[in-house]
Design a protein around this ligand. Structure first.
Ligand code: FFO
Ligand code: ATP
Length: 202
């Protein structure tokens, strides 16, 4: 048992510090393993359209997959919805995409209708997280953004989408507190392992 957390705020503090504490060498090695595994998943799923994220607050850096994925793979990044508070939009992203920081300082593609990528067109969605546990529960940054994004998936409305959490080993808890709106992930990728959890669709 590493730790059982009862308080979301305490757990968030603990695991945000843990992911920020990784040494530069350990981070480079872990990011390389994660990127290689993600490229394998893209090939295995023959994914044409893939949701990713840019690193923030000590999160894994997945940007190498843009060069390593098969030619033609399309990537999309989360953008804070301009008027639907608490929701995300996904916008197509490549190295030429004009970017600007959102209110949290995370770079995101500038709003452009042509770049909007519906979740129904994506096969893989890589999901950032602060911590995960042995049941696939996910603790995020606290905005509920991915819980809202994944609510439709959980209800079975996005049958072609596979969401996969991405985390360092240091982000694993034995048990995390979870709320009714939390959407447990079916899989979480760490540098050593693809954790798979039985689906609990409602
Ligand atoms: N890379 C990445 N992109 C992402 C997310 C993420 O977790 N990682 N998000 C996943 O949802 C959304 C952004 N959610 C976020 C929520 C809170 C904070 C944050 O820094 N909160 C501050 C307090 C900010 C304030 O209230 O002024 C903090 O906790 O210190 C950052 C991102 C969309 N994009
Ligand atoms: N599907 C939903 N519908 C309405 N409100 C929601 C939904 N999901 C989450 N929320 C609200 O969002 C708030 C933040 O949720 P929570 O602390 O679980 O975020 P998180 O999963 O840590 O963050 P994120 O998903 O952004 O990384 C909660 O107060 C909750 O009421």
């Amino acid at each position: 048992m590493n730790a059982v957390f009862h308080d979301r705020h305490a757990a968030r503090r603990h695991f945000r510090a843990a992911r920020n504490r990784l040494s530069p060498d350990a981070r480079v090695a872990a990011d390389q393993s994660l990127c290689a595994a993600i490229v394998d998943l893209i090939k295995e799923h023959e994914a044409q359209s893939v949701g990713v994220f840019l690193p923030n607050d000590g999160e894994p850096n997945l940007t190498a997959i843009l060069q390593q994925a098969p030619q033609g793979t399309r990537f999309a990044l989360p953008v804070l919805h301009p008027f639907s508070e608490g929701h995300l939009l996904f916008l197509r992203y490549d190295q030429q995409t004009p970017m600007r920081p959102n209110i949290y300082g995370i770079p995101e593609p500038e709003l452009s209708v042509e770049r909007v990528t519906p979740l129904s067109s994506m096969q893989l969605l890589f999901v950032p997280l602060v911590a995960f546990d042995a049941a696939g529960n996910r603790l995020g940054m606290g905005g509920g953004f991915y819980d809202r994004t994944l609510a439709a998936w959980q209800r079975g409305h996005l049958p072609n989408l596979r969401p996969i959490g991405v985390a360092y080993n240091e982000q694993r808890a034995d048990a995390l507190p979870h709320a009714t709106w939390d959407v447990p992930l079916p899989a979480i990728l760490t540098p050593d392992k693809l954790w798979q959890f039985p689906l609990k669709n409602v």
